[in-house]
Design a protein around this ligand. Structure first.
Ligand code: SF4
Length: 88
């Protein structure tokens, strides 16, 4: 069984900050792009990530919108079990 599917990755699988890194050996790592600018985020988060304050779902089809946290407008949002933390 493979354990590299979206269920094994969690929120990072659909987060716009996720950077997939493949080593020459063929191993795949998931690097958090937010870690570059915010030290509170681990560069290589422990998977699966089930809750993350920095989660920002990728927009599907629409252009990059510098997504406003808490804003609706994710028509293709996957039915992930965890919801992103919203700030009022
Ligand atoms: S911000 Fe959170 S959900 Fe997004 S890639 Fe980083 S650790 Fe994963």
């Amino acid at each position: 069984m493979s354990n590299s599917g979206p269920d094994a990755i969690g929120l990072c699988a659909s987060c716009r900050w996720m950077r997939r890194v493949t080593s020459r050996r063929g191993s795949t790592f998931f690097r958090c792009g937010r870690a570059d600018a915010d030290p509170r985020f681990p560069r290589y988060p422990a998977l699966p990530v089930l809750a993350c304050a920095g989660y920002d779902p990728q927009s599907v089809g629409d252009g990059p919108g510098r997504g406003a946290p808490g804003g609706p407008g994710a028509p293709g949002a996957p039915g992930a079990p965890g919801e992103p933390i919203e700030h009022g």
